[in-house]
Design a protein around this ligand. Structure first.
Ligand code: OVP
Length: 390
């Protein structure tokens, strides 16, 4: 058994995770992280294997460091993310019955119109911070509109997301700071998961209808909506911010996208591979099991480095090259298997539409200052990204 003493949740590692990812992959298919007493893998094969065997690598003990069977989680578990079959299957079917390709498609024109408006505004300004002004602005408009949230109170969405994603980590300063700052967001979120506070024509209302039909109680229906508000904003915000960083730092790829804006969906996919917003998730073993040649006992946490798997040279040619022409499909940035991101078609639509609009309107995209990372126990992204566009 290979043991590493690294702290994947330390500030310096979160600010620049690639060196740890390489060490993890090179140390072996599966290693033991002493500090947290968990197993870990950064290899594409083992990460995909664990994700695709949910009976053995389960989610109902939580997908963060906290083991729900030993400790009380900070909020009631998600019926989707933190559940196993058969309960998970039922919840998942209810959500997929709402998020059909046909429904997702109905948002394309609205998203495109918002993208046009936002890009025109930013072009007129010339210089701006691509995190608040672009990466946060777009999802914070189109996603709550789609769900059916009122205009007021949307400022609670990011602090809530910060609680959720820092809450998957250890009780370090990121965890405790996020919980403190998000205290008020929690109440607002709980209120706005309820049917009476959601627009009748939005996705939230449709979830309530579908879930009622499937026999979920009103509280359970609200929990399903909570998954949208937990997972639907920060993730896309980080993806869009990382996208701008990728293109600002790789002008040849920006030129390639400008030449073919219709490649924006493939480009977004490469961003999610190269700079995965969700870096890690845990699973918990339900039995003694072999993974990557190691015997893992039952009841152990396994930290899966999705982002490291997405740059595993055993799986990808030139993994550290950002190349929008590559076939990035098959990355695990959206997970894999029964728990794979249920909103991925929504995320892709946001990315595709906004990047295409940017590529059609902007010739020069360059850094106007140093990017500053936003530290999170789970997400990779930026707090600030000063850019100049022409
Ligand atoms: C990335 C995710 C993330 C955070 C929360 C939830 C799901 C949820 O279901 O609450 S998937």
């Amino acid at each position: 058994m290979i043991t590493l003493n690294d702290d994947p949740f330390a500030d310096d590692v979160l600010a620049d995770p690639l060196p740890l990812h390489r060490r993890l992959r090179d140390a072996g298919p599966v290693v033991y992280l002493d500090r947290y007493r968990v197993w870990a893998s950064g290899r594409a094969e083992e990460v995909a294997h664990a994700l695709n065997e949910p009976e053995t690598f389960c989610s109902s003990a939580g997908v963060g460091l906290t083991d729900f069977r030993k400790e009380t989680p900070w909020r009631p578990p998600s019926l989707l993310l933190e559940a196993d079959a058969p309960e998970h299957t039922r919840a998942r079917h209810t959500v997929t019955s709402v998020l059909t390709p046909k429904v997702v498609k109905t948002y394309r024109d609205t998203f495109a119109a918002e993208a046009e408006k936002l890009v025109a505004e930013l072009l007129a300004r010339g210089e701006f911070d691509a995190v608040p002004d672009f990466a946060e602005a777009f999802p914070l408009k189109v996603f709550p509109d789609a769900v059916g949230l009122p205009a007021e109170g949307r400022e609670h969405l990011l602090p809530y997301g910060s609680m959720v994603f820092n809450g998957f980590g250890p009780r370090n300063h990121l965890f405790t700071d996020a919980m403190e700052r998000g205290a008020r967001a929690r109440e607002w979120i709980a209120e706005h998961c309820r049917a009476e506070n959601l627009a009748p024509d939005g996705l939230g209302a449709r979830i309530h209808e579908a879930a009622a039909e499937a026999g979920f109680t009103p509280d359970e229906r609200a929990l399903l909506v909570r998954s949208f508000l937990s997972a639907g904003v920060d993730t896309t915000v980080h993806a869009l911010g990382n996208a701008v960083q990728c293109f600002a730092e790789h002008p040849d790829q920006w030129a390639a996208l400008r030449e073919k804006p219709e490649r924006s969906r493939a480009a977004f996919e490469e961003v999610v591979r190269f700079s995965s917003p969700v870096q890690t998730f845990f699973r918990t073993t339900t039995r003694d099991v072999e993974l990557g040649g190691e015997r893992l006992p039952a009841g152990e946490k396994v930290l899966l480095f999705l982002a490291a798997a997405n740059r595993d040279p055993r799986r990808w040619a030139d993994p550290d090259t950002f190349d929008i022409g590559r076939r990035a499909a098959g990355h695990v940035g959206f997970g894999s298997g029964v728990h794979a991101c249920v909103g991925q078609m929504f995320a892709r639509l946001e990315g595709e539409v906004l990047l295409a609009e940017l590529a059609r309107r902007v010739t020069t995209l360059e850094l106007a200052g140093p990017p500053r990372p936003q530290l999170s126990n789970t997400l990779r992204g930026l707090a600030s990204l000063p850019v100049r566009v022409r």
